[in-house]
Design a protein around this ligand. Structure first.
Ligand code: NAG
Ligand code: NAG
Ligand code: NAG
Length: 355
């Protein structure tokens, strides 16, 4: 809609005034459409009648919000998710893949990390495989604090004292599990909150979804989540989410930013963007249908306008919910088969726009 509509609008905008100008000139003398022939000293005057009698009140529904996905203004900004690359999908399907911004705690004497395609989610198959080589009380004892992985979120997680954070993760293991899930400062030294993730050998033999609530004992705007252990084993993790328990109207948007939007009293909200919807190439464009349903099962996509992966946890459904929570009309934008560099045949548009 946005893509094609805007392009046509620009072209139409050029022909319209041209025709109109020619009509005006016709009244005086001959039609002179070529700018080259115009007199350099030509002056024009424009009279605006701004008297109250001739004014019109601007309708309230003309005032609203245009949301645009710019440099993580969505996930990492308005959207309260704190983990970046929570499904380990950003590195692509060729495994082992890059897990950035996740990183390892410990070195290869103690732990090896890789990715494989064993996720329980068929539309985003990549999972993290962690093999812990060290073991407490054995010859290769784990370092104090354990080994594992951490995720710093988008430029560090803002963790605040007294607030509760909901951690959701999916885990599988070949044996018993004894991990610590913690929120810590960016150097790992300050512990803000932690909870154990413990099970016997059978507990996580199949993929299991775990939910934990962590209440922070301190404030640090540059924090990270850590999953650490001091126990030998082979473990898999996938779809790891950290969100503040309190969000704007309980629907996942950052509370203070949601309130600021509400205070603007918008009558509409346009989402999820302009170029973001279009994509640089059609295969990277935003497809609304893939951004609804359970968040773990959304395939995510590469945002080639800003060059980062997005898991589409902030999707079409969430924006519609935000519109409702703000009391604003949703002005929803869908891709209708055109990107900045390629497009489908007009006859093939239906699958893009169909509900
Ligand atoms: C995105 O925002 C971050 C944090 O403010 C900044 O460091 C970075 O330069 C920005 N990136 C672009 C491409 O503007
Ligand atoms: C791993 O770290 C330990 C302790 O710091 C060190 O003794 C060991 O040499 C390191 N191993 C490698 C392969 O870097
Ligand atoms: C889990 O590991 C911690 C830290 O090494 C240890 O103190 C605790 O006893 C372990 N718990 C179980 C159930 O093994």
């Amino acid at each position: 809609m946005w893509g094609r509509g805007r392009d046509m609008g620009i072209q139409g905008g050029y022909s319209g005034p041209g025709v109109f100008l020619c009509a005006l000139f016709l009244l005086s003398a001959s039609c002179r459409c070529s700018a080259l022939e115009l007199d350099a000293n030509l002056a024009a005057s424009l009279t605006v009648d701004a008297t109250p009698q001739s004014s019109r009140k601007m309708p309230a529904n003309m005032f609203g919000i245009d949301f645009e996905e710019i440099n993580h203004s969505g996930a990492g900004g308005l959207w309260a998710e704190l983990v970046s690359n929570r499904g380990f999908e950003a590195g692509g399907l060729s495994t082992p893949s890059d897990i950035d911004p996740w990183d390892v705690i410990g070195n290869e004497t103690y732990i090896t990390l890789s990715t494989d395609l064993t996720s329980c989610f068929s539309r985003n198959e990549v999972a993290l495989r962690m093999e812990v080589l060290c073991d407490n009380g054995k010859a290769n004892t784990c370092p104090t604090g354990g080994v594992g992985i951490y995720n710093p979120g988008y430029w560090g997680m803002n963790i605040e004292k007294g607030k509760t954070y909901k951690v959701i993760l999916h885990v599988r293991s070949l044996g018993s599990v004894n991990f610590s899930v913690s929120l810590r400062s960016s150097d790992g030294l300050q512990s803000l909150a932690s909870a154990p993730l413990i099970s016997d050998a059978l507990g996580f033999s199949k993929w299991t979804k775990v939910e934990l609530l962590l209440q922070s004992g301190g404030t640090n705007s540059n924090s990270r989540i850590q999953l650490t252990t001091t126990k030998k084993g082979v473990y898999w993790f996938d779809q790891v989410s950290v969100m503040p328990l309190e969000t704007y109207k309980g629907h996942g948007f950052r509370k203070e930013l949601g309130s600021m939007l509400e205070n603007l009293e918008p009558r509409f909200i346009r989402f999820p963007g302009g170029d973001y919807v279009k994509g640089g190439r059609l295969r990277n464009a935003f497809r609304w249908r893939e951004t609804i349903g359970p968040w773990e099962e959304r395939s995510g996509h590469f945002n080639d306008i800003w060059d980062y992966w997005t898991d589409d946890g902030l999707g079409f459904f969430e924006f519609l919910q935000l519109a409702e929570d703000l009391g604003a009309s949703p002005v929803w934008v869908v891709n209708n088969g055109i990107s900045k560099s390629d497009q489908v045949d007009t006859a093939s548009i239906l699958p893009f726009v169909k509900a």
